[in-house]
Design a protein around this ligand. Structure first.
Ligand code: 0PR
Length: 380
């Protein structure tokens, strides 16, 4: 430990240059992107601030309140009593939502679709919960009939996904919420990815309500560091009733606040500042044009893939395309050797592309050319 300043700078720069850069447009396997410049600038100004002790960060605390208010408005939270927090990402938001549900109900079972992100597997393990997995329909959405069979007197919470990680599928949230409500159970929506897509994805998406506008939805996770255009790490958890946090509050006598409710102690103020800057800097118009662009590029990729003889596993509803392929990992590896990051799905076996705002018509066309060569070697 301990080297000269020049050598140190060099080593840091070397490591930095080894990491992939979104701006080259060759990343199609990530849900993150090149953030809005204003959000990066704001994050930099807050790198030394810690919202874990809000007494020392009143400016950040005020920005967090504004972020929560803006997002409660975007996701149709009730006018009174709702709340939320800026967190580190979807994992923390999902763990926190199930933590609140378990403590409030003192029950153990969670009803969740097979498409749920692995952060729920961690939450279930950490919280000592028991999963009741709900199978998917042919479009990758939770089957309502099976959810009906899984819910019961031992259910602590139901989970629904607005934009699943692998296929971008949106569960039948109004029907699931009605089911949860009939059983007096909270429904948590994981909109980590879809939350910053669906509000601007056009009439078809708008016709399927997924957020706090739906009466039985009690909490919602949404990630500024995915389609929200903020740098990592930044997640948000919104709750219909602020008091839901009471069940996870612990005393923090030596801090400026007598009680603390979150999972983390130290909290990056930079996440709050960056999220605030992304939301206010882009506004509805900025997000709408971003979403329109990625959906156009998704259509380009879908048409190009079809022309190469590929078939999508499900009809894409957002900027994720999974093409059925019997050996996606072979294609993925071949593409990686040519400088492309693409991903794969095991069930249904497919090649997966997330079309993020760093993509362009040019990079999608170049991707399709190399994909064509890959498919000659590894036919679908
Ligand atoms: N919920 C959904 C629907 C998600 O897709 C993810 C992450 C999470 C929750 C968890 O969010 P955090 O990772 O913020 O805790 N989905 C991506 C995945 O696991 C995350 C990702 C991002 C992966 C960038 C790769 C990558 O390069 O696939």
């Amino acid at each position: 430990m301990g080297i000269g300043a020049r050598a140190l700078r060099q080593r840091v720069r070397t490591a930095e240059s080894e990491d992939w850069d979104f701006s080259e447009g060759r990343i199609f396997g990530s849900m993150c992107t090149q953030p809005a410049p204003a959000a990066v600038a704001a994050a930099r100004r807050f790198v030394t601030s810690n919202l874990g002790n809000p007494g020392l960060a009143p400016g950040t605390a005020r920005l967090e309140e504004e972020v929560v208010a803006v997002l409660l408005d975007l996701f149709h939270g009730p006018a009174f009593g709702a709340g939320g927090w800026v967190l580190s990402g979807g994992t923390e938001a999902n763990i926190t939502a199930l933590w609140m549900a378990r403590n409030a109900s003192r029950k153990r079972e969670v009803v969740l679709p097979e498409s749920a992100h692995f952060s729920f597997v961690k939450a279930i393990d950490l919280l000592g919960l028991e999963p009741r997995w709900v199978p998917l329909d042919d479009q990758g959405r939770a089957s309502l009939e099976d959810a009906r069979k899984a819910i019961g007197p031992r259910t602590a919470a139901v989970v629904a996904i607005a934009g699943s990680t692998e296929l971008g599928a949106v569960d039948p949230i109004p029907a699931l919420a009605e089911l949860a409500r009939a059983h007096g159970v909270p429904l948590h929506v994981d909109a980590a990815f879809g939350g910053f897509v669906l509000p601007w994805a056009g009439p078809a998406a708008a016709s399927v309500p997924f957020d706090l506008a739906v009466p039985g939805v009690t909490s919602l996770a949404v990630d500024p560091h995915k389609m929200g255009m903020a740098p990592v790490p930044a997640g948000v958890l919104l709750v219909r009733h602020r008091e839901m946090a009471r069940s996870i509050a612990v005393a923090s006598p030596y801090l400026s606040s007598p009680q603390t409710t979150g999972l983390l102690g130290t909290r990056a103020s930079s996440a709050v500042a960056a999220t605030y800057a992304a939301l206010m800097g882009l506004g509805h118009r900025g997000y709408a044009s971003n979403v329109r662009r990625v959906l156009d590029l998704t259509a380009q990729l879908l048409a190009g893939g079809r022309a190469l003889g590929l078939r999508p596993a499900v009809e894409p509803t957002m900027n994720i395309v999974a093409f059925l392929h019997r050996n996606p990992v072979a294609v993925q590896t071949w593409m990686l050797e040519r400088g492309w990051d693409v991903s794969s799905v095991s069930a249904p076996s497919s090649l997966r592309f997330v079309v993020m705002p760093h993509a362009t018509r040019g990079t999608v066309a170049a991707l399709l050319r190399d994909l064509g060569s890959a498919l000659r070697r590894f036919p679908p």
